[in-house]
Design a protein around this ligand. Sequence first.
Ligand code: HEC
Length: 182
Amino acid sequence: MRCTGSSVSYLASRGAKLRTATSWPFTTFCLLAALTILNIAPAAFAQDQPKRLVALLDYLGSDYKNAVRDGKVLSQDEYGEMQEFSRRSLDLFKQLKEIDKADKAGVEPALKSLASQIENKADPKTVLELAKRTKEKLIAAYNIVPYPRQLPTFASGKKLYDENCAQCHGAPARATARAASR
Ligand code: HEC
């Protein structure tokens, strides 16, 4: 389980210094933040595709560096995930194009070249930049708010944690609780 993607760029975009912090409470916080932000509904909701595409591109852009370096696969798992996500981004785009009867955000060429960059094990910086530009076009074209409208409160985070995580990670949050350290 990693904490990248929307939660990190959200924090970064708010100018938070937290980016360099890797403590467990931070990890938990950003995971909960990611859960709140991504909150991805099923594909049945038509106008959901742009948001899901943004989330995918965000994740792709920030995680690709863990998959490929100097044209070589660093981790087969990570690389497989990147390939899967780029396929999924093309599927989502296809659905979106059918709904809109057009490429409203003008991202089709970019999504295609992103997929071939990933296939050709391109440089992470190139992939990140293209993913970012494409994401921004979608955000602009569909008026997406890519971060929560309000900062999550500690109380609601604690409640979520107590309900969903504490049984394995213990309270207070630790990664060393027995069920999670097995
Ligand atoms: C059913 C038990 C269980 C529940 C419930 C659970 N986790 Fe975990 N969690 C684990 C296990 C097992 C690991 C893997 C530990 C390992 O691989 O060292 C883990 C790993 C993690 C990691 C990675 C830790 C690291 O150091 O890499 C994070 C972050 C995390 N969990 C957060 C959460 C959050 C947030 C919740 C609640 C939304 C949650 N977990 C709910 C069992 C659970």
